[in-house]
Design a protein around this ligand. Structure first.
Ligand code: ADP
Ligand code: MG
Length: 368
């Protein structure tokens, strides 16, 4: 798990506002009347610190997404869109919202708890998985996306960190989270031009500033599918400029060394997702009917255990991800530097603690 400067700053600011001596004053009283906020940190994103909370009546655990107002200063519209979207969305493969609270420092959103961890982290731990397992994960992602796209919602930040398993069970369902960058499209074919998204997963038309519609999500699914089957990303670069260049070229290869055991059906599906022209790219609904996903045609997939190769590839992938994400977002944080100058850099261990807690998280502990 990366310890990006960004996460360190977010945690430092979180400590300053939420780990005061007088803990009683930290959370809105409305919130603490309904929920008990535990010490467990579930994760840290680009904008939010996510804690665990427990409903006082039912003792059911939830996730508490805490968005510090300082962090989004000048970007409040992003938050508005996130909340707007979360209240409208109810689907078994999408994390939904159960409560909303506000204090002077932050906004608090209670959502479904997805205690199974992030997509790749989880796969790293798994002993073995096959193409069928990968197809099953992608089907769930596509079902969630098809639903969002029907509501004219483009997620725009589909990436592994935003895909969480509901529980630690082997057959836990996959859930889509983090609508921070989404916008509700007013018209079906409205194209949003704001540049955002995470570099490795971002569609070429976004970088070329030629569009921001639903197909951008399918491109990201294509990158995820590629990584799920090989452990490495289809597009790469020494630095961000080179990465962008590579994505904008739209060229990628199924290197024989890694792809010889993968079915043609899987490769066809990826080609349909990583289609350069967004208008020709497969839609979520169409992708759900692709033979590799439906498994209707017998023998479309191989039984090769992908785990060893993918695990190897993912280790470098994780490093790559942290570098690129940190670089992109660091600029947004410049205004916080002064604010945090009085805070020592002991946040390193905080990040470590938070991330190991993600790994250790057990839903039963919380309810016991
Ligand atoms: P950001 O908008 O800052 O990126 P996210 O919503 O992606 O915030 O949350 C940051 C991290 O917190 C996620 O990558 C994940 O590890 C963890 N997390 C988020 N939501 C949940 C949840 N519902 N259940 C468990 N962990 C979560
Ligand atoms: Mg996120």
């Amino acid at each position: 798990m990366p310890k990006s400067p960004l996460m360190k700053r977010l945690l430092a600011l979180f400590k300053k506002t939420h780990e005061k001596d007088d803990e009683a004053d930290v959370y809105p009283s409305q919130l603490t009347a309904d929920y008990e906020v535990t010490k467990k940190t579930l994760g840290v994103g680009s904008f939010a610190v996510v804690k665990e909370c427990i409903h006082k009546d039912t003792r059911k655990p939830y996730a508490l997404k805490i968005i510090l107002k300082k962090v989004i200063a000048g970007k409040e519209h992003m938050l508005d869109s996130e909340l707007d979207i979360l209240t409208k969305v109810h689907h078994s493969h999408i994390v939904s919202m159960h409560g909303l609270y506000e204090s002077v420092d932050a906004v608090y959103i209670v959502t479904d708890l997805a205690s199974g961890g992030e997509l790749f982290q989880q796969l790293l731990d798994k002993g073995s998985y096959t193409e069928r397992d990968a197809a099953n994960l992608l089907r769930q992602l596509l079902e969630g996306l098809a639903y969002l796209h029907d509501l004219d919602i483009v997620h725009r930040d589909i990436k592994p960190e935003n895909l969480l398993f509901a529980t630690k069970d082997v057959d836990a369902k996959l859930m889509i989270t983090d609508f921070g960058l989404s916008k509700i499209l007013k018209n079906h074919d409205d194209i949003l031009m704001t540049a955002c998204g995470t570099p490795g997963y971002v569609a070429p038309e976004v970088l070329l500033q030629k569009g921001h519609g639903k197909p951008v999500d399918l491109w990201s699914v294509g990158v995820i599918a590629f990584v799920l089957l090989s452990g490495y990303t289809p597009f790469y670069g020494e630095d961000q400029a080179a990465l962008f260049e590579n994505i904008m070229s739209g060229k990628y290869e199924f290197d024989e060394e890694y792809w010889s055991d993968i079915s043609d059906s899987a490769k066809n599906m990826i080609d349909r997702l990583l289609t350069f022209d967004p208008e020709k790219r497969i839609t979520a609904k169409e992708a759900l009917k692709h033979p590799w996903i439906t498994n209707e045609e017998e023998q479309t997939t191989t039984d090769t255990n992908l785990a060893p190769a993918v695990r190897k590839g993912l280790h470098s992938h994780t490093k790559f991800k942290s570098v690129v994400t940190a670089m992109t977002l660091l600029n947004q944080w410049k205004h916080l530097d002064d604010e945090l100058s009085d805070i020592s850099s002991d946040t390193d261990s905080e990040v470590e603690k938070a991330t190991s807690q993600v790994n250790d998280l057990d839903i039963h502990d919380a309810t016991a």
